[in-house]
Design a protein around this ligand. Structure first.
Ligand code: ZN
Length: 678
C-alpha cells in the first residue's frame, strides 16, 4: 500500500541509533552503541546498535534486526505501520498506492470512520465529565461502581445523554456525512429520522493497537429495561469483532513485562483490574476466542490466563476455540472466580494483592480442566466417555511443537490416569491424530512437489535421451533412501554393539551423501548427524516428528511406524508362523523328534527363540540395499559413458571403474544372500 518511492525515501533517512534511541538510552562504545535491552530484563547492558551495519543485536536474549523490525517488535506494529511511524518521524510524506478505486474508497471510508469515532469519543467524554446530566447520571454510576476519575479518563469512558438526538445534531452540525455516521453505529435511522443509538448509556471506547478508536461498547444504566445490556458497534471497515481485544492498547506493555495476558469477559472487568494495578488484562467481549484474537495475544506473550465467572455458560465459552490456542503454541490456564462474583466485583471485594494471589493459586491447566468438565458431562455413559477420550487425544495432539514435547507426554500420562485407560492406548490415539493431520499436509505438499519433480525429470530425460528402464534406474532410488532414513529414525539410538549405536553404523557404512537424490532424506541425515554430535540425548523419533522444519516432520511421520503399532513388515519376519517356530515344524519327523529330545535343549531353544532381536539384521539389509542400488546406478552411468568417444587412457579408467563396481556388486550380493533387485 505504501509506494516504493516512499519506502526508498524512508530507508534513505533512517538512522538506527536515532530510531532505537527513541526508546533506549544508548552510549557510544567504539564504533557501536550499547544500552539496556528493551526486550528482556537486564541490569548490565548487552544490547548493541551498529550504525554502520544498520543493525541491532542483543547478546542477552538474541533479538536482532534493523530499524523497521525494531519498531515492529518494540511497538508491536505491522510492517506498514512501522513504515508509517518512521515516515512520520523523518517527515517523509507517505504516498500510498492503490490497486483499485474500490480499495482507495475503502481506505477513505476507514479514515473517515476513525475521524468520526475520535469526535464521538471526545463528545461522550465531555458529556460525562462536564455536563450536569453526565455527572448526575453517568459519573455517579461509575463512581458508585468504584471507578476513580483517573481511570475513567485513562480509558476515555463517556456518557451518551438521554435526549433522542443530542449527538446526531452535534455531528450533523459539524458536517459529518450521514451515511458514514450510520456506518459507525452511533446514529440510527428510525422512520426516516436520525437519532442517537446509545442514549442514556455509559460509553466504552474500543481502541486499536495504536490507540485509535475503532468503535464503542455502550452499557445500559437503567435496570428493568428490556433493552440489551450492551450495544456494540456494528461490523464495518474498521470494527471487526473477531480481531478485537478490548483494552489491548492499554495492556500491551504490562503484558510484555509480566509475560502473561489475563483475559476476562467484560469491559468493566478490564477497567476495574487496571485500576487495582493489574494492568495486563484484556477482554474478549464475551464470545469464544477467535484465531485472530489469539494471534493478537501471541504478539505479546505465550502465556494466556483466562479468568471467568463460575457459571456454566462462561465455562463453555471459555473452552470453545481453545484448541486453536494450543496450535498457536500458547500456554493456556483457566481461573474460575468464586460463585456469583465476576473479576470486577471480586477485585473490589478482596483487593489487588489477594486477587493476584487467588489467580496464581487457582490457575488450572486448560487441558485437564477441559477433561474434568467433559467427564462430569459424560457421567456413566460409556459412549460419551469414549468421545471424551477421542476429544482429549485430539486436543493433546495439537500441542505440536518440538519444545512442547515433554508437555505432551505429561498430558498423555495425566489424562490416561484420570480417564483410567492405558497410557499406551492414549499415546497411540494421540499419534493417530498427529499423523492424520501431517499426512493431509504432506499430501498437499507432495502433490505440488511431484509435479515439479516430474517436470524436472522430463527435462533431464529429454536432454540425455535415456530409455525408460534407464530413466527409472537413474531417478528412482527413492525407496532405498527412504528405508535407510526410516531405519535411522526408528533404531538410530539403539545399540548396534558394545562400541557404537545403530546410527553410527549406518552413517559409517552408508553410501556417500553426494549419491543421495532425495533432498529431504539428505537434510534429515544432516540434521541427525548434527544432533547426534551436539545433543545425542535429544535424538529420538519425536525430535523429528515435532521438528519445526515441516518437511522434516512430514518425512519422519511418513517413515515411522508409531509406537504401539508394529511395523507389519518386521512383524512378519519374526512371527510365529513364518519365523523360527515354523522351521521347527518344517523339519523331517526324525529331526523334529531329535530336537525335542530332553538332552537337546539348546537346539530346541534355537527354534523357539521367536522374540530374537532382528534390528541389526534389518538395519544392515537396508544399508546394503541402498548401496547395491547406488552401485548399479554407477555401473549404468559408467556404461553410458563408455559408449561415448574417449582417449585410450580414459577407456582404461572407465573399464577399471566398471570392474571395480562389478566386484563390489558381487560381494554385496553374496553378502546379502543372492538378493535380486531390479
Ligand atoms: Zn535482550
Amino acid at each position: 500500500m505504501i509506494s516504493q518511492n516512499t519506502i526508498q525515501q524512508i530507508l534513505a533517512r533512517i538512522d538506527i541509533v536515532d530510531v532505537v534511541g527513541t526508546f533506549v538510552k544508548l552510549k557510544k562504545r567504539g564504533s557501536s552503541y550499547l544500552g539496556l535491552c528493551p526486550f528482556h530484563n537486564e541490569k548490565t547492558p548487552s544490547f548493541t546498535v551498529s550504525p554502520s551495519k544498520e543493525l541491532y543485536k542483543c547478546f542477552g536474549c538474541g533479538k536482532s534486526g534493523n530499524s523497521i523490525s525494531f519498531i515492529m517488535e518494540h511497538e508491536k506494529y505491522s510492517y506498514v505501520d512501522a513504515l508509517k511511524w518512521l515516515a512520520n518521524k523523518y517527515g517523509v510524506e507517505i504516498e500510498e498506492t492503490f490497486q483499485s478505486d474500490e480499495q482507495r474508497q475503502q481506505v477513505q471510508v476507514s479514515e473517515s470512520l476513525y475521524i468520526i469515532n475520535a469526535f464521538a469519543q471526545q463528545y461522550f467524554s465531555k458529556t460525562l465529565l462536564e455536563t450536569e446530566e453526565g455527572q448526575d447520571v453517568g459519573l455517579s454510576y461509575l463512581k458508585q461502581r468504584g471507578f476513580r476519575e483517573e481511570i475513567i479518563k485513562k480509558f476515555q469512558l463517556g456518557y451518551s445523554p438521554e435526549q433522542r438526538d443530542a449527538f446526531t445534531k452535534e455531528a450533523i452540525a459539524k458536517q459529518y456525512n450521514t451515511e458514514l455516521l450510520l456506518k459507525t453505529g452511533l446514529v440510527a435511522n428510525r422512520n426516516d429520522q436520525l437519532m442517537d443509538n446509545y442514549r442514556g448509556r455509559i460509553i466504552f471506547p474500543i481502541h486499536n493497537h495504536s490507540g485509535k478508536v475503532l468503535g464503542f461498547g455502550a452499557r445500559i444504566l437503567k435496570t428493568n429495561d428490556k433493552a440489551p445490556k450492551y450495544i456494540n458497534t456494528p461490523e464495518n471497515e474498521i470494527y471487526v469483532k473477531s480481531k478485537i481485544l478490548y483494552g489491548s492498547y492499554f495492556a500491551r506493555q504490562s503484558i510484555d513485562k509480566a509475560d502473561e495476558c489475563l483475559l476476562v469477559e467484560g469491559y468493566t472487568d478490564v477497567v476495574s483490574l487496571a485500576q487495582a494495578g493489574i494492568e495486563n488484562v484484556v477482554a474478549s467481549g464475551g464470545t469464544s476466542l477467535t484465531p485472530d484474537q489469539l494471534r493478537l495475544v501471541k504478539k505479546y506473550t505465550n502465556n494466556l490466563t483466562i479468568i471467568y465467572d463460575g457459571d456454566a455458560a462462561g465455562v463453555k465459552a471459555a473452552l470453545r476455540g481453545l484448541d486453536l490456542a494450543l496450535e498457536e503454541g500458547l500456554n493456556v490456564k483457566l481461573v474460575l472466580i468464586p460463585d456469583k462474583e465476576d473479576p470486577d466485583s471480586y477485585v473490589n471485594k478482596v483487593g489487588a494483592t489477594a486477587f493476584r494471589d487467588f489467580i496464581q493459586k487457582n490457575k488450572k491447566d486448560f487441558i485437564l480442566f477441559q477433561l474434568e468438565v467433559a467427564l462430569k458431562d459424560a457421567g456413566t455413559d460409556s459412549v460419551k466417555k469414549s468421545e471424551v477420550v477421542n476429544k482429549m487425544a485430539e486436543t493433546i495432539s495439537k500441542i505440536n511443537k518440538v519444545e512442547d514435547f515433554t508437555k505432551q507426554q505429561d498430558y498423555i500420562k495425566q489424562c490416561a490416569q484420570i480417564l483410567k485407560i492405558e497410557e499406551g492406548g492414549m499415546h497411540a490415539l494421540v499419534n493417530k491424530f498427529i499423523r492424520d493431520r501431517i499426512t493431509t499436509q504432506e499430501r498437499k505438499q507432495t502433490a505440488d512437489d511431484a509435479k515439479q519433480q516430474q517436470e524436472e525429470n522430463l527435462k533431464q530425460a529429454e536432454a540425455t535421451n535415456y530409455d525408460d528402464a534407464t530413466f527409472n534406474l537413474l531417478f528412482k532410488d527413492e525407496l532405498q533412501e527412504r528405508e535407510v532414513a526410516r531405519v535411522l529414525l526408528e533404531y538410530g539410538i539403539k545399540k548396534w554393539d558394545d562400541t557404537k549405536l545403530v546410527a553410527e553404523y549406518v552413517l559409517e557404512e552408508m553410501v556417500d551423501e553426494s549419491l543421495l537424490d532425495n533432498a529431504d532424506v539428505i537434510r534429515l541425515i544432516a540434521v541427525f548427524k548434527e544432533a547426534l554430535e551436539n545433543n545425542p540425548e535429544t535424538v529420538n523419533r519425536n525430535f523429528f516428528i515435532y521438528h519445526p522444519d515441516t518437511r522434516l516432520s512430514a518425512l519422519a511421520v511418513s517413515l515411522l511406524n508409531f509406537p504401539y503399532e508394529e511395523s507389519t513388515r518386521w512383524r512378519t519376519g519374526a512371527s510365529q508362523s513364518s519365523g523360527f517356530q515354523k522351521k521347527l515344524f518344517e523339519q523331517s519327523y526324525e529331526d523334529f523328534i531329535k530336537t525335542l529330545a530332553p538332552d537337546n535343549e539348546t537346539s530346541l531353544l534355537k527354534f523357539l527363540k521367536i522374540d530374537e532381536d532382528k534390528t541389526n539384521e534389518g538395519v544392515e539389509s537396508a544399508v546394503n540395499y541402498l548401496k547395491l542400488r547406488k552401485i548399479k546406478r554407477m555401473l549404468l552411468e559408467n556404461q553410458i559413458d563408455l559408449e561415448k568417444e574417449h582417449t585410450p587412457e580414459e577407456f582404461t579408467m572407465l573399464n577399471q571403474t566398471h570392474d571395480h563396481l562389478k566386484k563390489m556388486e558381487m560381494e554385496l550380493t553374496k553378502k546379502m544372500g543372492a538378493v535380486i533387485i531390479r
